[in-house]
Write a protein that binds this ligand. Sequence first.
Ligand SMILES: CC(C)(COP(=O)(O)OP(=O)(O)OC[C@H]1O[C@@H](n2cnc3c(N)ncnc32)[C@H](O)[C@@H]1OP(=O)(O)O)[C@@H](O)C(=O)NCCC(=O)NCCS
Length: 224
Amino acid sequence: MTGPVLREMRWWDIAPVLDLERELFPEDAWSEGMFWSELAHARGPRSTRRYVVAEEPATGAEGGSGGHAARIVGYAGLAAAGGLGDVQTIAVARDHWGTGLGARLLTELLHHATAFECEEVLLEVRVDNTRAQRLYERFGFEPIGFRRGYYQPGNVDALVMRLTVQDTAETPEPPGPADTPEPAPGPPGTASALPGTAPGLPGPSGTTEPTETTETTESAETHG
Ligand SMILES: CC(C)(COP(=O)(O)OP(=O)(O)OC[C@H]1O[C@@H](n2cnc3c(N)ncnc32)[C@H](O)[C@@H]1OP(=O)(O)O)[C@@H](O)C(=O)NCCC(=O)NCCS
């Protein structure tokens, strides 16, 4: 049996992605409009986003007995501008957890970060989401700060983690077959500040001890 195939997320994937989003982020799910807005920046020479989905291929006769239709079982998104990448979201359907799909999606985002010429990649993760934190740590992300009350309405803090992109050479190989090749993105655009990227984060020479950072509520919380 072949595993899920990674491919670019398109607008027609928003509905199934939203179903997963609401199941996996019940307290702070993104709205449909937020996905539309993100995808609007994902194409063209000045694009600043890359979104991917993991799709389980259809098997057997679609709709007939014994087969099932293609199904989205994961998704992830990266924002990039000015040499800085931000993992906007990453999620895997519960019945695929522990199969290495999270690692495949993150590997794909980091390939895009390299194509965007990002020098570093940041992400936010709930302080109580140790599973996701372990995934990021395996890829070399290090904690650099907290954002107090970042996730609303639950008022849960975010841990901010950072990866310097040369570290990606040391990332673990994702299990499973090679991903579908993606076309190289155009040059990064000149977008304004990334959603969820607060001012005042420590620079590349910052300490590895997490420090408290200033919260901004300019946009949706990122899920990654
Ligand atoms: C966080 C999340 C994306 C991880 O996805 P995942 O597909 O389970 O991730 P992986 O399978 O790559 O890795 C998870 C674990 O499975 C293990 N694993 C990886 N490949 C495996 C394989 N082939 N067989 C068995 N186990 C495997 C890994 O060792 C890892 O365990 P560890 O964390 O104890 O080291 C997923 O749990 C999720 O969607 N959570 C809800 C949404 C969320 O919290 N997103 C992150 C927001 S910041």
